[in-house]
Design a protein around this ligand. Structure first.
Ligand SMILES: [Zn+2]
Length: 315
């Protein structure tokens, strides 16, 4: 997961706060929609919970769970679907919950999205807890416009402002976030969104990288450079998901076809395989797709495909 690829300034501020042990109890992350507030907040949460070095290490159990957005000590709250305001009842819930000790980590982190949608009553309720929070608690308030926050809240928070990246930075970020899309599509989306990554992903029609796109990329990498078992491990995730497998294999076939066309630009690839080998690999994936459509058992067609692709790339 690329973390704040473009927001170097904000990233540096967060790293400094964490490194100096001066991380505030309340951090306000401000930026327009799609500027990466949630990504920044999760990065901050990960840094606060990490038990490795340097923080965030990306490998400890806390980092792994934070990366998957499933850490039990990171509580996410936002405006409920169909509502315009952040409910005061939710703020009261947060206040009560904040006194309960964390589950697995040393800290408990409240990620409060769309804080600017709190009315004065809700903000005053929030103020009561951020004035004197339990030691183990951090609040990360995400807001689009700090002028909507009460001065009493702002005076107790440290603010980090996110900037919208340039179109080029946005296109570069999309390479990792939307690997199933062509360079032209990513460039068009980045330009159409004026560099706003969240909006560009919306234009590409996927709020986050699909599992299929990520798996197809990993499979291609492992089929060319890696071991059979690594390929089979990825494919094992589709034992009960024939539709998902079809989607992943389509992207994999497309990936091999693109690699054949763009081989010249990739030195590592040139040293490893020829254009004809890549075309052979795409054909082998095509055969697997046909088998998938004919109800051949998934473990069997997966094993066959790995053998056939490996053979094509070696022959
Ligand atoms: Zn860690």
């Amino acid at each position: 997961m690329p973390e704040l690829l473009y927001n170097r300034k904000a990233n540096a501020t967060l790293a400094n706060l964490a490194a100096g042990g001066r991380f505030p109890h309340t951090l306000l992350i401000e930026g327009p929609e799609g500027s990466g507030k949630k990504t920044a907040a999760w990065q901050a949460a990960k840094t606060l919970l990490c038990e490795g070095e340097p923080k965030p290490c990306g490998r400890c159990a806390h980092c792994v769970k934070a990366d998957k957005r499933v850490h039990p000590d990171v509580r996410y709250y936002t405006v409920p679907e169909g509502k315009k305001e952040f409910p005061v009842e939710t703020v009261r819930e947060i206040r009560q919950d904040a006194y309960i000790a964390p589950n697995e980590g040393a800290r408990k982190i409240y990620l409060i999205d769309r804080a600017h949608a709190m009315n004065a009553a809700a903000q005053n309720a929030l103020l009561k807890i951020i004035e004197e929070p339990p030691d183990f608690v951090n609040f990360l308030l995400l807001c689009e416009n700090r002028s909507r926050m009460l001065p009493t809240i702002l005076s107790r928070a440290i603010s980090v402002e996110l900037e919208v990246p340039s179109v080029e930075e946005c296109a570069a970020a999309l390479e990792a976030l939307a690997p199933g899309r062509s360079a032209q599509e990513r460039q068009a989306a980045a330009a159409g969104a004026g560099g706003n990554i969240g909006r560009a992903l919306g234009l590409l029609g996927s709020a986050k990288p699909s599992k299929s796109a990520a798996d197809a990329k990993k499979l291609r990498e492992e089929l060319i450079y890696g071991e059979r078992y690594a390929c089979l491990r990825v494919l094992a995730g589709y034992d009960k998901d024939r539709d998902g497998l079809g989607q992943t294999l389509s992207l994999l076939r497309e990936g091999f076809a693109q690699a054949a066309v763009g081989r010249e630009a990739d030195e590592r690839l040139c040293n490893r395989v020829t254009v004809m080998q890549l075309v052979g690999a795409a054909d082998a994936v095509e055969r697997a797709l046909l088998r998938a459509g004919r109800n051949v058992s998934i473990p069997l067609l997966s094993a066959c495909m790995v053998e056939e692709v490996k053979a094509a790339l070696a022959g």
